[in-house]
Design a protein around this ligand. Structure first.
Ligand code: ASP
Length: 334
């Protein structure tokens, strides 16, 4: 029986429909004629890509890989590389704003559907740190490499050293130096640090996250982005989550891990993102006016969620053949 006819018939006869989610694009109904019991077989939405901020090209790149039968892991790596190479983006890859000493240092991590994880922290002179993180995951017995060690490892794997500080970023840093106020700066309204989650045709989920971190941070500062459970977490049985914004706040609440665990307990991705933001803003006396945190999440069925503290967080979603930038719902509605 065709789904539409079945649905009509179901409502006319009053058969109960069980667990039909509004985000499902398809379901195969199995009808037992004897007992007239309906058991929809849930079909997850795939392929799917979701990424933080306004990152249409990165998401399109990832989606094409999935549409050609590629893995979620390849999709998130290649998608993130687009932002790393985009010199106009000043919070990721080449062109990222430097630390207070003028050094661009990058953080990245990647997680596959088998629960493997690789990360690099505080890396100078290498643009595609997401690919270095993947090499750490696949070619070493370790999960994290930092600073010079990570850079040397990258070079040994054929990555080329280059200056990541563009003229535009240098100019901004020089302007900042005039006052050199030490206040971690997070642009609440507009960003490009990218956290990306994808589901491939086989239904496997992977994720990646890459950033230059806070502008004008103290040398050596690392945020949430390369830390498992902070900027990214994937559990192929449940779903994945990724974060952007003030990494210190994400780390203190283990945000991405929290979201996946909340989904495991039955929350939708949207509910889980909202609760994770709640854990930050509902701390007694917490002054969240001057920082932003935004989360994205997806579950195994391809339902997605996003939530931030303030307005202006958006995400790109590729789903059912369309790639859209969507404004996230947010907590601080005045
Ligand atoms: N979460 C990143 C960090 O704290 C920055 C960002 O998303 O903009 O390093």
């Amino acid at each position: 029986m065709k789904r539409r006819n079945f649905l009509k018939k179901a409502s006319a006869t009053g058969f109960g429909l069980v667990a039909v989610s509004s985000t499902l694009i398809s379901c195969d109904e199995v009808i037992s004629s004897e007992k007239k019991i309906v058991t929809p077989i849930l079909q997850p939405v795939r392929p799917l890509v979701i990424a933080t901020w306004n990152t249409p090209l990165a998401v399109e790149t990832a989606a094409k890989i999935l549409q050609n039968g590629g893995s979620a892991l390849d999709a998130v790596e290649q998608g993130c590389r687009v932002e790393e190479a985009n010199e106009k983006g000043q919070s990721v890859g080449k062109g990222g704003l430097p630390d207070r000493d003028g050094n661009v240092t990058l953080d990245a991590c990647i997680m596959d559907d088998k629960g493997n994880y690789g990360a690099v922290l505080g890396v100078k002179n290498i643009m595609h740190v997401i690919s270095v993180a993947r090499k750490v995951m696949e070619d070493t017995p370790h999960v994290m490499l930092v600073a010079e060690g990570a850079e040397q490892f990258a070079v040994s794997k054929g990555f080329k050293r280059e200056n990541l500080l563009t003229a535009a970023s240098k100019k901004k840093w020089e302007k900042w130096k005039v006052k050199a106020a030490y206040k971690p700066i997070i642009n609440i309204e507009n960003h490009d640090t990218i956290g990306m989650l994808a589901i491939d045709a086989k239904g496997n989920i992977s994720g990646a996250c890459t950033t230059s971190g806070l502008a004008y941070k103290l040398a050596g500062r690392v945020g949430d982005s390369p830390i498992i459970g902070g900027g990214l977490f994937v559990d192929n049985e449940i779903g994945g989550a990724s974060a952007t914004g003030l990494g210190e706040e994400v780390l203190k609440t283990v945000g991405s891990f929290l979201i996946v665990e909340l989904m495991r307990q039955g929350k939708s991705p949207q509910e889980a993102c909202e609760e994770a933001i709640g854990r930050i803003v509902n701390k007694p006396g917490k002054d969240f006016k001057n920082f932003q945190v935004g989360y994205i999440a997806v579950n195994k069925q391809g339902e997605t969620g996003a939530y931030s503290i303030h307005e202006w967080f958006s995400y790109n979603l590729f789903k059912e053949g369309e790639n859209k930038n969507i404004k996230s719902d947010y907590f601080n509605k005045k």
